[in-house]
Design a protein around this ligand. Structure first.
Ligand code: UDP
Length: 140
């Protein structure tokens, strides 16, 4: 399988509970390497732009409010099949449906405050990485 890069966010529910290290350990233990990382307070416009695909969903306004409710850690992860591997380690969107041992099963508070984001395919990975990182900030 090819070496890929994917985009990840450790969300405000996780930074608030000071468990970014625990989540990072799950990612690294799965063979994903952090090749870029920074901690940010998202603006409303940044959060709205990032989740623009969900603009018409009933949960959009609450999701944006949640994403700006505290700092996030944005990351570029690299590894074999990194996009699918990260989705596997994250678990299903709703923690009630997430497989045992996944990040969301073990740490998420709710379907909204679900601790992590991960790109869902190669096109979104490239687009989401460039939304937050310059090429010069990524060191593989
Ligand atoms: N979300 C929500 N309510 C829902 C579905 C999703 O609050 O009914 C939030 C949740 O934080 C999720 C994000 O919106 O992670 C993006 O949703 P998506 O369907 O893309 O899920 P993901 O790819 O993050 O698993």
């Amino acid at each position: 399988m090819a070496i890929e890069r994917t985009f990840s966010i450790i969300k405000p529910d996780a930074t608030r509970r000071n468990i970014t290290g625990k989540i990072l350990d799950r990612l690294e233990s799965a063979g994903l390497r952090v090749v870029a990382q920074k901690r940010l307070q998202l603006s409303k416009a940044e959060a709205e732009g990032f989740y623009a695909v969900h603009r018409d969903k009933p949960f959009f306004d609450d999701l944006v409010s949640f994403m700006i409710s505290g700092p996030v850690v944005v990351q570029v992860l690299e590894g074999e099949g990194a996009i699918a591997k990260n989705r596997e380690v994250m678990g299903a969107t709703n923690p009630a449906n997430a497989a045992a041992g996944t990040i969301r099963a073990d740490f998420a508070e709710s379907i909204e405050a679900n601790s992590v984001h991960g790109s869902d395919g190669p096109d979104t990975a490239a687009q989401e990485i460039s939304y937050f990182f310059a090429q010069t900030e990524i060191a593989g």
